[in-house]
Design a binder for this molecule. Structure first.
Ligand code: MG
Length: 298
């Protein structure tokens, strides 16, 4: 079965028509948060309602539990020092797993108010941690712990943790349910998905002091919602959607799709040359080998 849908001729150079979609693992409830460790050739990913983090080992294809309970961890990333950074719904915090295995809390409150339920996270090369904080993890006990938002009107912000002081600041209050996020290749633009209303993706300028300005519409999802996404090394955006992964040119054109039989929540690049796209899709982990390479982020 051809897993590709070409919507713009530019997509043809991104794929090999003979490439097949691979289902690497299944039996989860809601997979999210893929993050790849090149040195270990392993991918960690969340199974949020099952309260665990799994790890896929590339050389053998084995999948095993990495952390359980995971505090209903959702999004993850690997920082420039190779450390795992995690969003935890259940404990309403963002943590870093140090090389010695200890856990450092990077953020759990803003001016004394508990966070909602951090969803997805990215680290800039200067060490600043940007994360989104929608309320999905406190709306029920399904993927966290039912609770109240402590922000005015249940606001859901985009936050930044300062790399020097560790101080937490709100860098955007312009989203309904901010979700996935990723930097452009030059890190001067931050793309942020909104899975609330409107269900779209925006681009914002990153100022010298790390704050975000000039929010502007980038794309509207044509099937389902944008959740997590990553860029390739030409700046194209590979984003989750209901029918698979949608690939956008930096000019905003939907170039094509990788069709996946389950709703995709997030993606990550792996394989020694970063040309394999891992896709967390509801009950399963999928992968496909592409003719492009993921952006180098660490
Ligand atoms: Mg998400």
């Amino acid at each position: 079965m051809n897993p590709f849908e070409i919507l713009d001729p530019r997509f043809e150079a991104c794929i090999k028509p003979s490439a097949q979609l691979e289902q690497l693992h299944t039996g989860c409830r809601w997979t999210e948060g893929p993050a790849y460790f090149p040195a270990h050739r392993s991918l960690v990913f969340s199974d949020i309602p099952n309260n665990r983090i799994l790890r896929y080992f590339e050389p053998t294809g084995d999948v095993a539990v990495f952390r359980e309970p995971s505090n209903n961890a959702n999004g993850h990333t690997v920082d420039p020092q190779g450390r795992l950074v995690s969003c935890e719904h259940g404990t309403r915090r963002v943590t870093r797993t140090e090389h010695d295995g200890t856990i450092t809390v990077l953020a759990d409150n803003y001016e004394g108010k508990r966070l909602n339920s951090p969803n997805d996270v990215v680290v800039r090369s200067d060490g600043a941690v940007y994360f989104t904080d929608p309320s999905y993890g406190i709306e029920s006990d399904y993927e966290g712990n039912k609770g109240e938002s402590e922000f005015p009107g249940g606001a859901c912000y985009v936050f930044r943790v300062d790399p020097v002081t560790g101080a937490l600041q709100i860098v955007s209050d312009e989203f309904d349910r901010p979700n996935g996020l990723a930097f452009s290749l030059d890190e001067r633009t931050l793309y942020v998905a909104d899975s609330g209303a409107p269900r779209d993706m925006s681009a914002l300028d990153v100022a010298d002091d790390g704050t975000l300005t000039n929010k502007r519409h980038f794309a509207t999802c044509t099937n389902g919602v944008f959740d997590g996404f990553r860029l390739d090394d030409a700046g194209r955006i590979w984003t989750s959607a209901a029918d698979g992964v949608h690939c956008y040119d930096p000019d905003g054109t939907l170039l094509g799709k990788v069709k996946v039989p389950e709703t995709v929540a997030n993606v990550a690049w792996g394989w020694p040359k970063r040309n394999r796209l891992y896709m967390c899709a509801t009950t399963s982990l999928y992968a496909i080998l592409l003719a492009v390479n993921g952006a180098k982020t660490m």
